[in-house]
Design a protein around this ligand. Structure first.
Ligand code: GRF
Length: 367
């Protein structure tokens, strides 16, 4: 039997860098977990390698993968992952690092080019890593992700198809406020009218009633700091939310009063699997303050809409609507309360229909 593969050492890589530098050539560096290699990785690595003359991969150690991805990962040990990567034509050396960040490796190697996948932007790179790259005079290059390929989607397909013994819809609910729609979903699950499991309740408001409701009901509750702008999510928060969804193996994401705008990687990664509930009969009265807009417009009828979420605000395909009357003497608050009562019926109903109609909610392609 042959012994385990031995990855390169920092000294090996430093020698490679020095010899390339002498010849006026460029060393490319990228890092990641590369737990279950797929065509998306291979294409990404080929593109990265083509930017220079040799490429080194910083591979997260088993311990750091556990911290980043959860206790069930990695599937393959660091030596095995290094051996598979090193066999690729695009890869010249693989070096394992222990920290969650590649900062010390970047400082040690001083690569000419640093390449990352498109779920990052230059801004969302870790600040320490960015400082180390600037110090080493390293050029940063972000490559687009290959759509439809990811380790997590591969694992989810395997679980959905073979191991998973539950036909429950795995829901994530995102909310910022009162949480009455979350309460309605929890009630529907507990009464058995919705065959689902809330695997994640995530909020950008640490003291929200939404999170209290989730915790009281025993749902996994998660606060994510969205950044300083109350309507926008920082790039780092967009990425963090995506990672929480991936880790929780979510089928459908429900926006239940989530007040910030989701962008990539969530919108693309969960395309066709994110629903929002909006307090108007869309396409009428998009955006904030919809009940007030209905009153201002003199509408005699209002209601709520459950729709798919796309990059266009309140613009995705409408799945269902329910009407409520506007009554004389209504204020925005009284009308909104009546609309919410309708939402509490409609949203769990749509989710249950989704599950029963057997839409391809598991194993849908993700980047
Ligand atoms: C609901 O009216 C929903 O339509 C809108 O935000 C409100 C959330 O209410 N998007 P709650 O937090 O579920 O009580």
């Amino acid at each position: 039997m042959s012994a385990d593969y031995q990855p390169a050492t920092l000294a090996d890589v430093q020698r490679l860098r020095a010899s390339l530098h002498e010849q006026g050539k460029k060393l490319v560096f990228t890092n990641g977990c590369f737990d279950l290699l797929h065509a998306g990785h291979v294409r990404y690595l080929q593109q990265a390698r083509a930017l220079g003359d040799a490429m080194v991969i910083g591979l997260n150690s088993d311990q750091s993968v556990r911290v980043l991805k959860g206790p069930e990962r990695p599937l393959n040990s660091e030596n095995d992952r290094a051996e598979v990567l090193a066999a690729l034509r695009a890869v010249d050396a693989v070096v394992v690092f222990e920290d969650q960040r590649a900062t010390s490796l970047i400082q040690g190697i001083r690569p000419h080019l640093y390449v990352k996948g498109g779920d990052y932007t230059v801004d969302s790179l870790n600040a320490e890593e960015r400082a180390a790259l600037a110090d080493a005079g390293t050029e940063i290059c972000i490559l687009p992700l290959v759509p439809g390929k990811s380790t997590t989607s591969t694992i989810n397909k395997m679980l959905g198809g073979a191991v998973c013994d539950s036909d429950k819809l795995r829901l994530a609910a995102l909310g910022s406020g009162e949480g009455s729609n979350l309460r309605a979903i929890i009630d529907a699950v507990q009464s058995g009218s919705l065959n689902a499991e809330i695997v994640l309740a995530l909020s950008d408001q640490s003291a929200s009633n939404f999170l209290n409701i989730a915790r009281t009901a025993g749902c996994p509750a998660q606060f994510v700091d969205g950044g300083p702008n109350p309507r926008k999510l920082s790039d780092a928060a967009q990425k963090e939310i995506f990672e929480h969804l991936e880790r929780a193996r979510v089928d459908v994401v429900v926006l239940a009063g989530f007040m910030r705008i989701l962008k990539e990687p969530v919108i693309g990664g969960y395309s066709g699997r994110i629903v929002n509930v909006h307090p108007s009969l869309l396409p009428k009265h998009k955006g904030a303050n919809a009940p007030q807009l209905a009153l201002d417009a003199g509408d005699s009828e209002s209601g709520c809409t459950v729709h798919l979420v796309t990059a266009e605000i309140d613009g995705g395909r409408i799945l269902a609507q329910a009407q409520v009357p506007v009554e004389s003497g209504d204020t925005a608050a009284t009308l909104h309360a009546r609309i919410k009562t309708a939402e509490h019926q409609l949203l769990p109903q749509v989710l249950n229909e989704w599950r029963e109609r057997g839409l391809p909610v598991r194993g849908v392609t993700q980047p």
